[in-house]
Design a protein around this ligand. Structure first.
Ligand code: NDP
Length: 313
C-alpha cells in the first residue's frame, strides 16, 4: 500500500484564489482589507516568514505594511505601536511575529492586540471563542489542517483523532477544531505513556512535535490519515540517511544545500498510511493561505457580520 499524498501546495493555491476574489470584491466596495505585520529585530527565520507573508498579501490583493522596530524596543514602546494599529480603521489584521526578544513581555503584547484584528488567533478572547464554538479568528496552521481534511474529503466526525503536541499555537487549537468537528480526540505530549499504542488507535493522526522523523510506521494504524506539521531542519548526513536512504532527488538536494527540511513523520509511514501530508508542501503552505483568509474574514467581521458568516464558524 502507498499513501495518497495530500498536496498542500495545491490546496493553498485554491484558498488563495478564493481569498483574492473576496479581497477584490471588498476593494471594489471601497474597503480593501489590510494587514500590519510587526517584526522586531533581525531574526533570520522571522525575516523570511514575514517576507513570505507580505508577498502573499500582494498576490491576493490585500494591503500590507511592515513595522520593524529595533531589537532593543521596550514592552511599553511595542504596546504603543500595537495600540496605534488597533485604532486604525484601514488595518483589519495585526500580526506580531514571534518570537519576540527576551526583554519583551510577549503575553502582554499578544493580549493588547484587538481580538477583532487578531489574525493569528492567539488572543484569549479568540481561544475562548474557539472552545465555545463562537465566531472568532482561528490560528492559521490548525485552520489549514482542517482545510486539508475538508478539501480532501477525509471524514472527521466520529473518527478517532490523536494529536501529538499540546502547544497553544498548533496542538491545542487543532485538538479543539477536531473536537468541534465531532472527532473523538486524544491529545498526547512528552509525558504520555505508551505513545505508540495511543497513536495506533488513530484514524487521524496529527504530529506537531518538532522531532525529525519520530513518527515511524509503528505509530500508525494501517489506512490512517497522517498530518505532519513538523518543520525540522537537519544538517547531519547520518540522520538524513536514516530517513531518506535511497531517495536520489532528496539526497542530491541535501548534498547541495547541506541541510534538509523534514517533518515529524518518517517517510516509511507512506507504506502504511492511507493518506499523508508531505514536508515540504503539506501543512506549511496552508499556514500563510489561512493568514490571508483570516485577514479577509476579519475585514468582513469588522464591517458587520451577517447570519451566514456567523453560522459558518
Ligand atoms: P512546541 O515545541 O511548542 O510543542 C511541541 C509539543 O510536542 C509539546 O507539546 C511537547 O510536549 C510535544 N513533544 C515533544 N517531544 C515529544 C515526545 N518525544 N513525545 C511526545 N510529545 C512530544 O512546538 P509547536 O507546536 O510550536 O510546533 C511543533 C512543530 O510544528 C515544530 O516542528 C514546528 O516547527 C512546526 N510548525 C509548523 C508550522 C507550519 O506552518 N507547518 C507552523 C507552526 C509550527 P510537552 O508539552 O510535554 O513539552
Amino acid at each position: 500500500m502507498s499513501a495518497v499524498i495530500l498536496d498542500g501546495t495545491r490546496i493553498a493555491a485554491e484558498i488563495r484564489a478564493e481569498v483574492a476574489a473576496e479581497a477584490k470584491a471588498l476593494s471594489a466596495a471601497g474597503r480593501r482589507p489590510g494587514l500590519a505585520v510587526v517584526l522586531v529585530g533581525h531574526n533570520p527565520a522571522s525575516e523570511i516568514y514575514v517576507r513570505g507573508k507580505v508577498k502573499s498579501c500582494e498576490e491576493v490583493g490585500i494591503y500590507s505594511e511592515k513595522h520593524t522596530p529595533a531589537e532593543n524596543i521596550t514592552t511599553e514602546e511595542l504596546l504603543e505601536l500595537v495600540m496605534g494599529l488597533n485604532l486604525r480603521d484601514e488595518i483589519d489584521g495585526i500580526l506580531v511575529q514571534l518570537p519576540l526578544p527576551f526583554q519583551i513581555d510577549s503575553k502582554k503584547i499578544l493580549l493588547a492586540v484587538d481580538p477583532a484584528k487578531d489574525v493569528d488567533g492567539f488572543h484569549p478572547m479568540n481561544v475562548g471563542a474557539l472552545s465555545t464554538q463562537r465566531p472568532g479568528l482561528v490560528p492559521c496552521t490548525p485552520a489549514g489542517i482542517m482545510e486539508i481534511l475538508r478539501r480532501s474529503q477525509i471524514p472527521v466526525a466520529g473518527q478517532e483523532a490523536v494529536v501529538i503536541g499540546r502547544s497553544d499555537i498548533v496542538g491545542k487549537p487543532t485538538a479543539m477544531l477536531l473536537l468541534n468537528a465531532n472527532a473523538t480526540v486524544t491529545v498526547c505530549h512528552s509525558k504520555t505513556r505508551d505513545l505508540q499504542d495511543v497513536c495506533r488507535r488513530a484514524d487521524l493522526l496529527v504530529a506537531a512535535i518538532g522531532r525529525a522523523g519520530m513518527i515511524n510506521r509503528d505509530f500508525v494504524k494501517p489506512g490512517a490519515t497522517v498530518i505532519d506539521v513538523g518543520m525540522n531542519k537537519i544538517t547531519d548526513r547520518g540522520e538524513f540517511d536514516s530517513l531518506f536512504a535511497g531517495d536520489a532527488k532528496r539526497s542530491e538536494s541535501f548534498r547541495l544545500k547541506g541541510s534538509a527540511l523534514v517533518g515529524d513523520v518518517h517517510p516509511q509511514v507512506a507504506e502504511v498510511a492511507g493518506a499523508m501530508t508531505p514536508v515540504p508542501g503539506g501543512v506549511g503552505p496552508l499556514t500563510i493561505a489561512m493568514l490571508m483568509s483570516n485577514t479577509v474574514r476579519a475585514a468582513r467581521l469588522r464591517r458587520g457580520t451577517h447570519v451566514a458568516e456567523l453560522s459558518s464558524v
